[in-house]
Design a protein around this ligand. Structure first.
Ligand code: ADP
Length: 501
């Protein structure tokens, strides 16, 4: 019971905090204010009309009553609020009043001489009228308790004069609103307002509900999406703002799914890459322990284990670099440096490896080419490219790797480029598009066979499929790009273009 109460309270609070509710509330509130102001204006105008009509009737009655038999100044067409004194004689009422009107003759002392209207003498006396002979028109409310003809009346009390002396007063009263026009208008306005606001409230909720429906679809979908289930899409139709939000949400989900897939693939590939050397180490050590072996055989087993271990260290180092790069933990230290000088250093460092592999390491044009870059990272990038050249070209006869640097592209633009070319086996077109992908190896098994089957000299050059991915990351981190040209059987050329500076 309590739980139900809480959930109902929660639901109500959710409802009152919803955009739908606030939207409709504001809408109805503003509409209500506009309608009340508008209605007040109409009522006010109508009240003015009703009063003018009553004044006209009052004027007419005064004129008509005083009539031709009385001497008096003619009243203006528009009586207005101030009635002039009239000269009249004799002091008697000739004509009877219109229905609902008050008509009485007062003596100079204010006492009633003759009364022909709807109100009795007593009723007139009980009214809160000013003393007889006032100048103008007064509005008096005749209460229900006082008379059978209640309501608001307009009274005038023109002075009757005889030979320049006040002979009496004519008390004339007309109902302000005999047909209850104002009352009926008020009811109509109230009903109209209530009805309009009711319709606006219902319609507003219906509309807001319809407009907000995609939001609940998005909310529900977002609730259903777990980190492993990113294939769900909203697929909202239409071209309104919420549909646009839906497609943006879908696009974001797409990117998340791709990133998640990459992550999963990365983990799977990394585990796979580690499993192979671990299995080899396990097999080799078991083999060594199983029987008593010769010293040469132990040496060979240990050599293989060491090679696999080095391959794992390399892989783990590369993985660590990539993880740092992805996490944005690699802070590049930009400084002015000469790309040619950097290339010479790398060549010098790689020379021993090239010699061991029987690869001729050539240096092409190395003009001074200044740029702003991170020395350690750019050096790592060049090392990866030169190392690949040595590693893959060592399989052909008379292998050659050359490096050159320049500062202008074909269009003559001032840039910095470095090219690493080899006359190795080349890369076939179907692989070219993927060689920068993480863990992508064109001939993984062969490169591993080279290592594990070798005498240890090729241990350093075992592949992990991460070297080019790292090189590409470094080039991009320098606002540069890396590209490759390769012909199967003829060799490859890797070019890094960087902004000069
Ligand atoms: P790996 O550690 O396998 O060398 P890389 O990312 O450096 O990984 O290279 C990816 C793949 O690209 C390699 O497996 C190789 O097949 C190919 N590749 C890279 N450089 C060369 C090259 N100079 N000549 C031929 N193939 C190359």
């Amino acid at each position: 019971m309590d739980g139900r109460k809480i959930s109902l309270t929660q639901k109500w609070s959710q409802f009152t905090h919803s955009i739908r509710f606030r939207l409709v509330l504001w809408f109805v509130l503003i509409l209500g204010i506009v309608m009340v102001v508008f209605s007040a204006f109409i009522y006010f105008r109508q009240a003015q009309d009703v009063r003018s009509q009553a004044l006209a009737r009052l004027n007419y009655t005064v004129e008509h009553t005083l009539g031709s038999g009385n001497e008096h100044e003619s009243l203006p067409d528009q009586l207005g609020e101030n009635l002039p004194a009239v000269n009249g004689s004799p002091l008697s009422l000739g004509s009877s009043p219109q229905a609902g009107e008050v008509l009485a003759l007062q003596a100079a002392d204010g006492s009633l001489l003759q009364n022909m209207g709807v109100l009795t003498d007593a009723e007139i006396q009980s009214l809160d009228l000013p003393l007889a002979g006032w100048n103008g028109v007064v509005q008096v409310n005749v209460p229900k308790s006082v008379s059978a003809s209640p309501g608001a009346y307009l009274f005038a009390d023109p002075i009757l004069q005889q030979n320049g002396r006040v002979s009496g007063y004519l008390l004339v009263g007309v109902p302000l609103d005999p047909n209850n026009q104002l009352g009926r208008l008020l009811i109509s306005l109230i009903l109209g307002n209530v009805l309009t606001l009711g319709i606006a409230l219902t319609g507003g909720f219906w509309l807001a509900d319809r407009a907000m429906r995609p939001v609940s679809t998005i909310t529900q979908a977002a609730r259903q999406i777990s980190e492993t289930d990113l294939h769900k899409r909203l697929n909202l139709e239409g071209r309104d703002e919420l549909s646009q939000l839906g497609s943006t949400f879908d696009a974001m989900l797409g990117r998340l799914q791709a990133a998640f897939e990459r992550q999963r693939q990365f983990t799977a590939d990394a585990s796979h890459e580690l499993r192979t050397p671990l299995t080899i180490i396990d097999l080799e050590s078991s083999r060594g322990l199983a029987n008593h072996r010769s010293a040469e055989e132990y040496e060979r087993i240990l050599g293989t284990i060491q090679a696999e271990n080095k391959s794992m260290i390399r892989l783990v180092n590369n993985l660590l670099s990539l993880a740092r790069m992805d996490a944005g933990q690699v802070k590049l230290k930009f400084e002015p440096l000469d790309l040619s000088e950097l290339a010479s250093e790398v060549v010098e460092r790689m020379q021993p490896l090239a010699q061991v592999q029987g690869v001729e390491l050539q240096v092409g044009a190395l003009p001074e080419t200044m740029l702003h870059g991170d020395r350690a990272n750019l050096s790592q990038m060049l090392t990866n490219l030169v190392e690949n050249g040595i590693k893959y070209s060592s399989r052909v006869s008379q292998p050659r790797v050359s490096i050159s640097v320049g500062s202008q592209d074909e269009a003559g633009r001032h840039i910095a480029w470095v090219r690493v070319s080899d006359n190795g086996p080349g890369i076939s077109p179907e692989h070219l598009a993927h060689i920068f992908d993480r863990f992508y190896q064109v001939e993984a098994s062969r490169s591993r066979a080279d290592v594990s089957g070798g005498d240890g000299s090729a241990q350093e050059s075992s592949g992990t499929g991460l070297g080019l991915a790292i090189a590409q990351w470094i080039a991009r981190a320098h606002q540069g790009e890396i590209r490759v040209e390769s012909t199967r059987g003829k060799g490859s050329m890797f070019e890094v273009v960087l902004p000069a500076g």
